[in-house]
Each structure stands twice: as structure tokens, then as C-alpha cells.
Design a protein around this ligand. Structure first.
Ligand code: PGA
Length: 243
């Protein structure tokens, strides 16, 4: 897995945003796998800026998000549907019918998982999957466990994830479960970019890049993928041997 250390989150946003824009300029109907959280925000801003100058159009792009909370209406400001509309979709004119999410309120998680995998396949598969990483090494909401997950599934969030994300939930308790793409589905993307900034990610980054491949650090599965680029700031890279 190759990694690049850039000076800060803004520099990473410019670099990754440009990778995505260049891909979309070459293939207008690119299929993007997208992430929420703080890590991709500078990237989304770069995409918005280049869209506003007319350098790139997202009109034909298709998107699939990694995950969504359970038991939260998709119109709620803490939902990932809402996040994506606000932080990217409404600003780059992606057609709503081209954006896809797991249904966190499904009553049949198996059927929902099958629907999502089939839809990704019908769209030709994910060209580029964007990822953040949790302090515990999660990607999407694949929390540390005994087995690598495959397709999408409903997950009980760990205390670490709840502690990290509850700051966003001021008015209501944070959901305790989410629907997430599994590791097997994430690894089917043709290319993957993972972004991590800040010292609180340093331990997870070291385990992901230098540790063994183990579901105790779900991101370590990325070692098995041939096309992964990891973008780090100096704090996230601080514990790496070859930094
Ligand atoms: P963050 O979240 O980008 O807000 O740090 C990443 C994650 O938990 O996967």
C-alpha cells in the first residue's frame, strides 16, 4: 500500500479532490464510493471549487455511500444522507437519482444488503472508493471483530466510535447501530483512497500499514488490494517506521 505525507488537511484535500476531478473529466459517468466525517470535507470542497469554475461536471457521476445510521430519518441533520446533500451533492449538481445510500431504517437487512450490492454491480462497480479511518481502525462502520465482513450489514457501533461521533448529536442520543458496506464489498472497488489526519489516527494508521492483516484492525484488509493510496498529515504518519 503506498502512502503520501502532505503538510496538512488542506493540502490533502487539494490532492485528492484533483484525483477525483481528473477521473471524472476522463470518464464522465464515474462511479464514486463516498465517505462522510471530517476527513473528506477538504476533498469535497476542492470538487465543489473545480465544478464552480466549470472545469468538471458531476452531472453523470453515480455515487454510493459507505454507511448510514439506523433509526434516524434520512432528513435528520445528523444523517449521512443530509451530510452528503449539504457538503457535496447540492453544490455540484449531482442528480439525486444518481446518489445511492444504504437504508438505515430497513426492516430486512439481508434484502437491503443484496439490493445495494446488485445496484453497485448494475452501475459497473465502484471506480474509486474514498475512505476515512476510525481511531480503532474501522473503515465504513466495520468495527474491529473476529472476522472480515463481506457484503453490507447492520452493525452495533463500538464505544470508541460512539465517543468519537456523539459530538455531532446534540439534541438526540446517538444511534447505536448503522448499516455499512462490508470489507469484501469495499475491496471490490477498482481504486481506493484513504485519508487520515491528526495524532488520534496514528495508532490505527500504523496497524493498517505495518501490522498484520487482521479483522481486529479492519483497515488492514486494504493491504490485500492492489490500488490503494493513503494520504496522511505528519501527525497521522508519526508512528510509521519509514516516515
Ligand atoms: P473522521 O471519521 O473523518 O470524522 O475522522 C472517520 C471514520 O470514523 O471513519
Amino acid at each position: 500500500m503506498k502512502f503520501v505525507v502532505l503538510p496538512n488537511a488542506a493540502a490533502i484535500g487539494l490532492a485528492v479532490g484533483d484525483v477525483i476531478c481528473d477521473l471524472v473529466r476522463k470518464k464522465s459517468d464515474t462511479v464514486l464510493g463516498l465517505a462522510t466525517g471530517a476527513s473528506p470535507l477538504p476533498t469535497y470542497q476542492r470538487m465543489i471549487d473545480r465544478c464552480k469554475t466549470g472545469e468538471v461536471s458531476f452531472k453523470d457521476v453515480r455515487t454510493f455511500n459507505l454507511d448510514e445510521y439506523c433509526d434516524l430519518p434520512e432528513t435528520h441533520p445528523c444523517s449521512y444522507h443530509y451530510f452528503m446533500r449539504k457538503e457535496l451533492f447540492d453544490q455540484v449538481g449531482i442528480l439525486p437519482e444518481h446518489t445511492h445510500f444504504l437504508d438505515g431504517n430497513t426492516v430486512d437487512e439481508g434484502a437491503e444488503s443484496q439490493r445495494y450490492s446488485a445496484l453497485i454491480e448494475q452501475n459497473g462497480g465502484i471506480d474509486l472508493q474514498l475512505l476515512g479511518i476510525g481511531r480503532n481502525g474501522h473503515i465504513g462502520f466495520n468495527e474491529p471483530s473476529e472476522n472480515f465482513t463481506q457484503e453490507s450489514f447492520k452493525v452495533a457501533l463500538t464505544d470508541s466510535t460512539i465517543a468519537a461521533n456523539s459530538r455531532y448529536f446534540r439534541d438526540i442520543p446517538m444511534p447505536k447501530c448503522a448499516m455499512t458496506m462490508g470489507i469484501g464489498l469495499i475491496l471490490r472497488a477498482r481504486k481506493i483512497i484513504l485519508i487520515a489526519t491528526g495524532s488520534e489516527k496514528a495508532t490505527a494508521i500504523k496497524a493498517m500499514l505495518e501490522g498484520s492483516v487482521t479483522p481486529r484492525c479492519p483497515a488492514s484488509a486494504l493491504q490485500k488490494h492492489p490500488e490503494v493510496a493513503v494520504f496522511l498529515d505528519p501527525a497521522a504518519a508519526a508512528l510509521l517506521n519509514e516516515n
